[in-house]
Ligand binder design. Structure first.
Ligand SMILES: [Zn+2]
Length: 233
């Protein structure tokens, strides 16, 4: 599907599982999309592999892993998420894990919540973090086993380039023609969820700038269709 004939709505799914590396990925990255799925009547859940304890941002006192896990649970209520599962993999080490081991958690969580779709970060990890790529790889392996749709959140190349120029970040963008779905979103629930991640968001100029550049548009890619039902919008 080219950018000329991209879809403008999310597909109808019964349940979507967001597969993330760190608490805040579900809000900073996927928040508006997760909320939009809920608005379409889909159940949603989050599987997060780490507690995010290695973050360089630490705007709230206390053990960062415990703080961030609690922040994720609070954020989920704003996004309409029914279930949050935070695993204990060390932050920053997912790329060294066997993909089969990570995928087994995704298979279990997807079955538990009745998900027929997975929502992940785009190949390249969007921010360039290797943990993000490992989470995406695990999701695709699980989807192959269960025959699930895998949708990836992506940002346009122009926005990635602008952020990298302004902040020296390593965002990996995607040509807009590679977007299968271009979605108009309401960010109010996402912004409320972001505020729950106080340890990561109060001084996060990169996040603020990215949302400003993205406006109310999200780009999604189909990384894996469901073979049993095809891909349709
Ligand atoms: Zn992350």
């Amino acid at each position: 599907m080219s950018g000329q004939d991209h879809a403008v709505h999310l597909p109808d799914v019964a349940g979507v599982l967001a597969v993330c590396a760190h608490p805040d990925d579900e809000s900073f990255g996927l928040g508006a999309i997760l909320h939009a799925f809920g608005e379409r009547g889909a159940k949603s859940a989050v599987l997060c592999f780490t507690h995010g304890e290695a973050s360089t941002l630490h705007d709230v006192a206390g053990d960062l892993g415990a703080v961030r896990g609690a922040e994720l649970t609070a954020a989920g209520t704003h996004l309409g998420v029914q279930h949050v599962d935070v695993l204990d993999y060390p932050d920053g080490t997912l790329a060294a894990e066997r993909v089969e081991g990570l995928a087994a958690h995704v298979v279990g969580a997807a079955r538990d919540v009745g998900a027929d779709a997975l929502l992940v970060f785009d190949h390249g990890g969007v921010t360039g973090h290797p943990d993000h790529q490992a989470a995406t790889d695990a999701a695709i392996a699980a989807a192959d086993e269960l025959d699930l749709l895998v949708l990836a959140w992506a940002i346009p190349t122009a926005i990635a380039d602008a952020l990298n120029a302004e902040f020296g970040t390593a965002f990996v963008g995607r040509d807009p023609d590679a977007c299968d779905i271009v979605l108009d979103v309401d960010r109010s629930a996402q912004l409320a969820a972001i505020r729950c991640h106080a340890s990561q968001s109060s001084t996060n100029a990169v996040l603020r700038r990215r949302l400003e550049l993205q406006r109310n548009t999200e780009c999604l890619r189909v990384l894996r269709p469901r073979s049993a039902h095809g891909w349709s919008t």
